[in-house]
Structures are given as C-alpha cells and as structure tokens.
Design a protein around this ligand. Structure first.
Ligand code: HEM
Length: 425
C-alpha cells in the first residue's frame, strides 16, 4: 500500500502548447498525488506554464534552489511594476477592501512580505530565539509533552494521529516560545486555521472575512500581552522583542504582532502536516523505526527524507524584479510572478537517485522543503527537533503502530497534508 501508487491511473498531462499545461489543483487524483504530474513534467525539463494559475513554474532542483537565492526574484513586486501581492485582492479582483484591513495590517510587516533592509533587521532580532542552543533546551519539555499526549490515547488502541498528537504539540511549542498563555491554545489554532486559508490562492470571500476577523482578534490578544511583557518581561520571545533597549533593534508593536502571527501560521500548520506525511511515508514503505531511532543521525536522516519525499508546502511565489531569462527560450518580464515548485524539485531525477522511493538511508537527501536564501525557514531546527521527538517517542511507545485506513490528502494543494491519519495498534 504505497500512497504514490494508490492513485494508479496516471493521467497524461493536458498540454495546451509545448510548455503550457492545464491541471486543476482541486482534482482529487492530483492533490492526493501531485508527484505523478511532477514526474511527467520532469520528462520535458525546463520551465512550464501552469495555465490554471497563469504563471511560469520552476520545477528542477537547481532552478528552484537558485531562484530562491536569486535577488532578481523577490517576495514583493518591483516598484516599477507596483501590483498587488497574491494575497491582496478580493475574489472579484478589487484591492484590499474594508473586509481585509486587519489582515493586511498584520501582513504588512510579515517577514515573508519584506525584503532587506527591513527584513534583515527583523530577522536578526528574532533569530536569537531560534539559535541551535536555544532550540536544544526545548527537547526535554517537548518529549514530556509528547508523552503526555500519548498517555491520553494509548489505551484506545486506535486514533487519528493528526488530532491527538500532531495538532497539540506544535501549537503548545509556539505558544510557549512566544509567551502566550497556554489556555489560549484553542484560539491560536482557530486563528491560524482561518488565516492560512488565505494563502491558498483559492480562498472565497467568506474565507477572507474570517481570516480578517481572526487577524483582528489575534492582534488584540497580542497587543495586551506586549503591554504586559514590557512591564514585566519574562523568558520568552514576546518579552525579548518588546523589551529591547538597543535602539538599533527596537521593534514597533505592529512589527512584533506580525512576527508573532507569522510564527504561529508558518510554524504550526506545516509541522502538523509534515508529521502526518512522515508517519504515513514510514508506515507505507515499511521503514517505521519500531522501538525508536537508533541514534540522532538516523532520526535526522529520516526526518530529512520525509521532508524531501512528501513536503507539506509545495508552491511559493516570487516576483521578477527585472526581465529574467528562465531558459528554453522563456523570459519573464519585470513584475511577473514565477512559482517555485518545491515538491517537484525534491523529486528531480537528475538530482536524486530513485527520487520516487522513500529511503531514509539515502545520502543525497538535501531538499528544498524549508526554502533557501534570505527567507530560509527560521524554524527549520525547531521543526526538525519536533518531528524527530514526535516520531521517536511515538514508535518507542507504540512499536506495532499500523495504518487503519488509506489516508486521503486535503483539497489544498499548497498545504499538502492529510485530512486524518487513522492508525491502530
Ligand atoms: C516542517 C515544518 C516546516 C516547513 C516545511 C517550513 C517551510 C518553510 C519554507 C519553505 C519557508 C520559505 C518560504 C519562502 O521562501 O517564501 C519558510 C519560512 C519561514 N518559516 Fe518555516 N517551515 C516549517 C516550520 C516552521 C516553524 C516551526 C516555524 C517557527 C516556529 C517556522 C517559521 C518560519 C518563518 C518565520 C519563515 C519566514 C522566514 C523569512 O521570511 O525570513 N517554520 N518555512
């Protein structure tokens, strides 16, 4: 039962011209197994135009890794081609209306929407909380938390691992890191869930209204906390950001709010889904570390191979800052968007031996699932640690874990994660 072969009817690509193809992101056969499309795209090599989205895509490992580091591509459109970013239009194409003002306010200072020098200043400040030695101190508390979650369901002999284990752990870690009281975890989950829907390029007007409302509620909650941390700083990231005395690194309240919201949104959903994707891949491919990982190297390699094999985030957009030649006679004009398909790059047959196989022992496993360049995932070490501890503890406590049913992915191509992961033991 291998999930890459569970959708056996490999549909041939619907090419509309030599380099342009049609593929609805909502087709179940596609979002359950986008790798079938990627495999066929790799046969053609070079950039391809995704008709349904209306942008050029880079799919090869080298092209994706280079574009992520290439300053001719940025998160924002060039000043000369001021257009709205991908999140700034209503479904009818109007610019931010009143119904998205609070969301837009939070997005304004998001690291993901910034470029140097502002990006450098903000990132430097929050990096302090993510340096390796700081992250390592979280190992024991995370392990204790994972054990507590498992205690709650181990006697049931069956559960959905996404709701019982994958969801509570990352949100608790981020709340603790930020210094948000743990009794707000349900609110954090709701806010994150509402807000990330707007990053899917397929949101409805109602989704946008909900995202806006959640952005407003989250901002109000953070504003009160920032005030409290300024008066009585603690050992957490909100205090660190709110109480700096160094004039060069003072952050405004709006900046602190944007950072906190991004950490929750970027950090939570991806980690939840990656844990599901990893456990699924381990079980489907008979690679589960029964009894836990032998050592840290084994654990790290397995997590990295999981990220390569079935990443939770497949598509990111960049704006060309000038006319850029993509190769094969394709040039994008300044201000046009280009997509980097991380999930496709991770399966590039010219970069990986047997890219379709899940092989934790592989040594050619460097992937692009955490990005590259100045926007490289700031939570990479934390995510790695969480995933290692979650997987190690799970298989130590429940060595005979098995899938109870074939999992299905959710209809959200950008957030490639399972609807549920029903297991039994
Ligand atoms: C498996 C889990 C995760 C995956 C796959 C992931 C993936 C990514 C990717 C691909 C980017 C780059 C986006 C781009 O270049 O446009 C990114 C950026 C980012 N990630 Fe993660 N991430 C994960 C977990 C986390 C966690 C746990 C946190 C924090 C608690 C986090 C915080 C961030 C932030 C703040 C950025 C923006 C960095 C910047 O723009 O400078 N991520 N992540």
């Amino acid at each position: 039962m291998n999930h890459t072969t569970d959708w056996p009817t490999e549909q041939p690509i619907d090419w509309t011209s030599e380099r342009s193809f049609r593929q609805s992101p909502h087709e179940p056969a596609f979002y359950n197994n986008p790798y079938s499309l990627y495999r066929q795209l790799h046969e053609r090599r070079g950039p391809v135009f995704w008709h349904d989205y209306g942008f050029w895509c880079l799919i090869e490992f080298d092209a994706v890794a280079s574009a992520l580091k290439d300053r001719r591509f940025a998160r924002l459109p060039p000043a000369s081609a001021l257009r709205h970013s991908e999140f700034s239009k209503t479904p009818t194409g109007e610019s931010h209306a009143a119904h998205m003002q609070q969301f837009a306010q939070v997005e304004r200072h998001s690291l993901l929407q910034l470029e140097p020098p502002v990006h450098t200043r903000l990132r430097k400040r929050i990096n302090q909380a993510f340096v390796a030695r700081q992250i390592e101190t979280m190992a024991k508390p995370i392990e204790a938390m994972v054990n507590q979650c498992i205690d709650q369901f181990i006697d049931e002999r069956a559960c959905d691992l996404l709701t019982t284990l994958a969801t509570p752990v990352p949100v608790t870690v981020i709340a603790t890191l930020l210094g948000v009281p743990l009794d707000r975890r349900d609110d954090l989950l709701r806010w994150s869930h509402d807000m990330v829907k707007v990053y899917t390029l397929t949101q409805s007007y109602n989704d946008e209204r909900l995202a806006n409302q959640s952005a407003g509620e989250f901002s109000d909650c953070l504003l009160a906390l920032i005030d409290e941390k300024r008066r009585k700083p603690k050992e957490d990231l909100l205090s660190l950001m709110a109480s700096t005395r160094d004039p060069g690194s003072i952050l405004s309240n709006e900046e602190i709010i944007s950072v906190a919201v991004l950490l929750l949104n970027a950090g939570h959903e991806a980690t939840v889904h990656q844990f599901g994707n990893l456990v699924n891949a381990l079980l489907q491919n008979d690679c589960a570390p029964r009894g836990g990982f032998n050592d840290a190297v084994h654990g790290k390699r397995t997590v990295d191979e999981g990220l390569r094999y079935d990443a939770p985030l497949h598509l990111f957009l960049r704006y060309a800052q000038c006319d850029v030649e993509l190769g094969h006679g394709v040039t994008v004009k300044a201000g046009e968007q280009v997509a980097v398909l991380l999930g496709a790059a991770n399966r590039d047959p010219t970069r990986f031996v047997e890219p379709e196989r899940f092989r934790p022992e592989r040594t050619d496993g460097a992937h692009v699932s955490l990005g590259a360049g100045i926007h490289f995932c700031i939570g990479a070490a934390l995510a790695g640690l969480e995933l290692q501890i979650l997987t190690d503890t799970l298989f130590k406590r429940i060595p005979d874990l098995q899938l109870a049913q074939q999992p299905q992915y959710q209809d959200l191509f950008h957030f490639h994660g399972l609807k549920a992961l029903q297991v039994r033991w």
